[in-house]
Design a protein around this ligand. Structure first.
Ligand SMILES: N[C@@H](CCC(=O)N[C@@H](CS)C(=O)NCC(=O)O)C(=O)O
Length: 277
């Protein structure tokens, strides 16, 4: 009896110490993982990303953005399809460049632009371009993904990417909805707030109007030449429009045909032959 009391007290004390240690630990970034590509070629970007889809180069707008940046700026790159590999932040994409692990598409873009000496736009346009890109990655993305996770095709596509057997869909679908669906929903709530789908639709229209007004009558967002902002904004729109139908497909077709024409323009410019496979 005394023994079991001592064990329970020790266990409770241990749990309290662990809880308090975690409570008072200031969060900090994890160390960089070892690089995977040991026999790398100098100045080649090794881009770790999700598996390609048949009808769109990627389901992740952040992975697609980096591939497009490499293509438009003629940066030599090699794609490495991730299975379990993740960045120091637990996400994809990440790159390895000359033996360095670089995580997060924002930082990757900055590093690539400085390493490969990619010229910026004139100051005023560059400022607008960065602001529009951040709006796309940190606001529009969350609005779009709320609609993306609302359809079964999203989870079916994830099952295909992971390579799980489709005959198990009846079990996997509710599981993925419970894990990934909830996780994404919570992230959206933290990033942009919580909204009913009808309210979110108003926000979606306002956000797409911002992109449409920036584009105006131009070929690309900042003129006749494709730029980094096109890589970011197009990737956000393309990864919800091309993989499978959802509410955004209807909205783009009905209310924003000019944005769809723009998507087709970027698609032909960047992936003249290999958008689908
Ligand atoms: N801020 C990050 C966002 C990257 C991100 O959210 N990646 C998602 C895919 S869209 C991810 O890796 N999710 C977890 C996973 O796939 O394991 C960036 O710009 O790279």
């Amino acid at each position: 009896m005394l023994d079991s009391c001592l064990i329970i007290t020790a266990a409770l004390f241990g749990a309290a110490v662990i809880y308090l240690k975690n409570f008072f630990t200031v969060p900090s970034i994890k160390p960089k993982p070892d690089i995977h590509k040991k026999d790398y070629k100098k100045d080649v970007v090794y881009l770790y990303q999700m598996k390609r889809l048949k009808n769109c180069p990627n389901l992740s707008p952040f992975c697609m953005k980096i591939e497009i940046l490499c293509r438009i700026f003629k940066i030599p790159y090699e794609i490495i399809t991730c299975t379990s590999e993740r960045s120091r932040n637990g996400l994809v994409p990440f790159v390895e460049l000359n033996g360095e692990h670089i995580a997060d598409s924002d930082l990757i873009e900055m590093r690539l632009r400085s390493h490969f000496k990619i010229p910026s736009l004139p100051t005023e346009l560059e400022t607008q371009s960065v602001a529009l890109s951040k709006f796309a990655d940190h606001h529009l993305f969350f609005v779009l993904i709320r609609f993306k996770i609302a359809v079964d095709e999203f989870y079916k596509t994830i099952i295909e990417i992971i390579g799980l057997p489709t005959f198990l869909n009846f079990l996997l679908m509710p599981l993925l909805k419970a894990i990934i669906g909830k996780n994404v929903y919570n992230k959206c709530q933290g990033a942009i707030g919580d909204f009913e789908l009808s309210e979110l639709d108003e926000i979606l229209h306002r956000d797409l109007r911002i992109v449409e007004n920036t584009l105006a009558k131009k070929k690309f967002l900042f003129g006749e030449e494709i730029t980094a902002a096109d890589a970011t904004v197009f990737s956000q729109l393309a990864t919800v429009y091309y993989p499978f139908r959802n509410h955004i497909s209807d909205v783009l077709e009905k209310d924003f045909p000019k944005l769809l024409e723009y998507c087709e323009r970027v698609r032909h410019e960047v992936y003249p032959k290999d958008f689908t496979m």
